[in-house]
Design a protein around this ligand. Structure first.
Ligand code: ATP
Ligand code: 3PG
Length: 403
């Protein structure tokens, strides 16, 4: 894999460099609640600016359905990027149309433009190779060189991640190089006990990862939206909690295999439940109660792990030599449901081992809850991406950067 240092050594002045970043930041009413993913790509952008490249930054944001959708505009991210760079950033209101071409053609060496959300185009995420390829051709027309630095999206076989680098000279940016360097440590010679904590809301994406982790981790702690499919598989009522009903047979097989392999599979023993999902805008106090995990009322949903679970999970984290954590264990954006996630973050800090936090929302939760990110071994910008890397899968966005 060629790195950006090689590109800089070859000389990039006046060239149009396409930087595929992951600027998929959490937003509340159009305001960025955590800019960690933007800050993470700054070293690459700054180096290209200093080398007098014309820098074209592209990313997805959220999951729009292949057409423009104002709530997913990248404009707030472009504005924050300008603030962080301390320099103007041009913003194109389309991705490969006339506005994008105008913005790129208007760049002077050392200037930066951001093009609109890649997923406003169906070609970006298309399953069909030809459709994705056609969109990649349109993106390629905007640049001379490709730098892949959107680590959070390298597990996606998308046009800008997988097909575009095949069409341009391609290099890995500093963020990807750092992320891969750290995560590699967790795939080679991992120190034991090795605890993995899984939470979050992308349940169907992340359940599959457990398959591999059952052969690698010593302890698997399941919280967040993922826990309810396991509790349901145990025969418990889960009310209106997040549930992946079709995955129950898979989860039952995981539970059997964990026992056979001697992997401790730890589920919450108590849950904070409510009739309503909390209001994340007003953060108005929630109406919740704490119940044992086998006593979730049929009309309520689980929104955080309870105090007994926090203690149980912490005990499996603090004496581990290696800890990987992806996904808030509750709806941590709301103060009433942030207690579980706070307890997990604190347990990682109390652990004597090497700790890695992975994921956009997990990293945001850690920072927004007031933890000092420098105290963790590594905070990865990728949740799904880091999990799939740990699974040992070939990630399309990394494979595409190989020569
Ligand atoms: N019990 C729950 N019910 C509903 N949502 C939950 C629950 N627990 C956690 N969540 C939500 O999960 C979301 C984060 O999940 P997600 O899987 O996206 O994690 P992530 O760290 O961002 O990883 P990635 O980078 O892959 O997106 C948060 O918005 C949080 O509110
Ligand atoms: O948040 C993430 O994990 C990345 O930005 C990828 O987003 P996606 O899961 O919508 O592809």
């Amino acid at each position: 894999m060629k790195t950006i240092d090689e590109l800089l050594a070859e000389g990039v002045a006046g060239k149009r460099v396409f930087v595929r970043a992951d600027l998929n930041v959490p937003l509340a009413e159009g305001l960025i609640t955590d800019d960690g993913r933007i800050r993470a790509v700054l070293p690459t952008i700054k180096a290209l600016v200093a080398a007098d490249a014309k820098v074209v930054v592209a990313s997805h944001l959220g999951r729009p359905k292949g057409a423009p959708d104002p709530q997913f505009s990248l404009l707030p991210a472009a504005e924050r990027l300008a603030e962080l760079l301390g320099a103007p950033v041009a913003f194109a209101q389309d991705t490969v149309g006339p506005a994008a071409h105008d913005a790129v053609n208007g760049l002077q060496p050392g200037q930066v433009a951001v093009i609109e959300n890649l997923r406003f185009n169906a070609g970006e995420t298309a399953k069909d190779d030809t459709e994705r390829g056609e969109f990649a051709d349109q993106l390629a027309a905007l640049a001379d060189v490709y730098v892949g630095d959107g680590f959070g999206a390298v597990h996606r076989k998308h046009a800008s991640v997988f097909d575009l680098p095949a069409r341009l000279p391609h290099y890995a940016g500093y963020l990807i190089a750092t992320e891969v360097g750290v995560l590699k440590k967790l795939t080679e010679d991992v120190k034991r006990p090795y605890t993995v904590v899984l939470g979050g809301a992308k349940v169907s994406d992340k359940l599959a990862v457990i398959d591999e982790l059952l052969g690698k981790a010593d302890r698997l702690l399941i919280g967040g939206g993922m826990a309810y499919t396991f509790l349901k598989a145990k025969g418990y009522e889960v009310g209106i909690s997040l549930l992946q009903e079709d995955q129950i047979p898979v989860v039952l097989e995981y539970m059997k295999r964990a026992e056979k392999n001697g992997v401790e599979l730890v589920l919450p023993v108590d849950i904070l439940v409510s009739k309503d999902f909390p209001d994340l805008k007003t953060k108005a106090p929630a109406d919740f109660e704490t119940v044992d995990a086998d006593r979730i009322p049929a009309d309520k949903e689980g929104l955080d792990i309870g105090p007994k679970s926090r203690e149980l999970f912490a005990s499996k984290i603090t004496d581990a030599e290696t800890v990987f954590w992806n996904g808030p264990v509750g709806v941590a954006e709301h103060p009433d449901y942030a207690g579980g996630t706070t307890a997990i973050a604190q347990a990682l800090l109390d652990s004597k081992g090497f700790t890695v936090v992975g994921g956009g929302d997990s990293a945001a939760a850690v920072r927004n809850l007031g933890f000092d990110e420098s105290k963790f071994g590594h905070i990865s910008t990728g949740g799904g991406a880091s999990l799939e890397y740990l699974e040992g899968k070939t990630l399309p966005g990394l494979a595409a950067l190989e020569d």
